[in-house]
Ligand binder design. Structure first.
Ligand code: RNT
Ligand code: ZN
Length: 417
């Protein structure tokens, strides 16, 4: 039975023709791809444990991080139980389970992900994938697919090919296409004397990786750009222009990470342009804070604006929404819960906007009412609608999920020493 706060809140939105029940239905079918790497600080399960590299860093040492596949899956189960809706899980190649065998990245196979697939199948989850082109001796100098040494390039090309094969296996087994996202750290700390040659090599490497074609019902290929990283402050080979052009020319998905641009350059303002020229767009929803691109996603202006843009463009089915943050200073399961709940919450917030009405105001040049309403809607009783959605999706309402996390921490995570 709907509570009175919800019934009352609904009437405010209905005055502008917003159908709240319809918004609930729509939202329930929007999967967010939850990144597994928040659960263990991008450590992975490789036998040869390499230090994280590639200009990304995880800070903090909150106790209880997952140490193997079973623990990571248990943690994901806990987080997913607190997040409304049906979602996906995004894996990295370093999460292969090789039974103690030291298998290098170019030799990973679908069978090393059997446990993930069985787990996902049981829960009806889709799986996405990423080659791990960092944290490896062959990526020590910060160059991989654009490396001057053909042998190094070859190794990473083979790793990316192996990754696409694994994704095809996911797609086949789970009946939903697996998004394979290629991100490489390649770049220079200081001013390059040649920007073109590494980009030319990256382009050739990608061409080689994509020679094998997979049906789009199995694999969706994406490429992710970056402006700078730690150690690649002056130049990143795979810049936005590079991948935007590459994706366009080769019919791949351009993946925009919201932490990978200048501080005032927003992904929300890029989406409509990309959607005009591409069938699909992929996202890494993240939160940049000064030099870091990967803080836990909060319900901030940019997150809401991204959600608004997807909804206003009627593109919920054309945007692969994934998350990318890692924080080891707080409970990692809570980090997932907070960031993913916020992303779902922002989509609901956007679905409650009377966008036809507001679009019309703009067309008429009525900017006074446009601004007035956009501001007034900010304090509409959204909380009651969100609570009702959580209730109907049978997940904890408001902050009550924290109790679940506290219990889980005590019963499970604190025992991991
Ligand atoms: C790095 C990219 C990349 C990684 C993950 C772990 O800046 O955003 O997506 O964060 O692949
Ligand atoms: Zn990313």
């Amino acid at each position: 039975m709907a509570n009175t706060a919800f019934t009352e809140a609904k009437t405010h939105y209905e005055r502008f023709g917003v159908d709240v029940e319809e918004a609930f239905k729509t939202l329930a079918n929007v999967p967010i791809s939850v990144h597994c790497w928040q659960g263990d600080d991008i450590t992975g399960f490789e036998v040869a444990q390499n230090e994280l590299s590639g200009g990304i860093d995880v800070t903090g040492n909150y106790p209880g991080k997952a140490r193997n596949g079973d623990e990571l899956r248990a943690d994901l189960d806990q987080a997913l139980a607190l997040i409304p809706g049906k979602h996906r899980v995004n894996l990295h190649a370093i999460y292969a389970e090789t039974d103690g065998e030291d298998i290098d990245r170019d030799a990973i196979e679908p069978k090393h992900f059997e446990k993930w697939v069985a787990w996902a199948k049981e829960r009806g989850l889709g799986l996405d994938f990423n080659p791990t082109v960092f944290a490896h001796p062959k990526a020590e100098d910060g160059l991989t697919l654009s490396h001057p040494d053909p042998e190094v390039r070859e190794f990473w090309i083979n790793h990316c090919k192996a990754s696409r094969k694994i994704a095809a296996y996911f797609g086949e087994q789970l009946g939903t296409p697996s998004l394979v996202n290629i991100w490489v750290p390649d770049g220079y700390k200081d001013v390059p004397s040649d920007r073109l040659t590494p980009r030319k090599r990256l382009k050739e490497s990608l061409d080689e990786i994509f020679t094998e074609s997979y049906d789009e019902s199995l694999v969706l290929d994406a490429v992710e750009s970056k402006l700078f990283g730690i150690g690649s402050e002056a130049y990143v080979v795979g810049s936005h222009e590079f991948y935007l052009s590459y994706a366009q020319q080769n019919k791949k998905l351009c993946l925009l990470d919201s932490g990978h641009f200048h501080p005032t350059e927003t992904v929300s303002n890029k989406l409509s342009s990309l959607l005009l020229f591409n069938e699909r767009v992929a996202l890494h929803v993240s939160r940049p804070v000064r030099w870091d691109s990967d803080h836990v996603v909060t319900f901030d202006d940019e997150l809401r604006e991204i959600a608004h843009e997807i909804v206003r463009s009627d593109a919920l089915e054309r945007v692969n929404i994934g998350l990318d943050f890692f924080d080891a200073s707080i409970n990692r399961v809570a980090a997932w819960t907070i960031g993913t709940r916020n992303t779902v919450k922002a989509l609901l917030y956007a679905l409650l906007e009377p966008s036809d009405y507001l679009k019309n105001l703009q067309e008429q040049g009525n900017f006074t009412e446009r601004l007035a309403l956009l501001e007034e809607f900010k304090t509409y009783p959204f909380g009651a609608i969100w609570d009702e959605y959580c209730l109907r999706q049978q997940v904890p309402v408001k902050e009550s999920w924290l109790t679940d996390i506290q219990q889980y921490e005590e019963a499970v995570q604190s025992k991991r020493v």
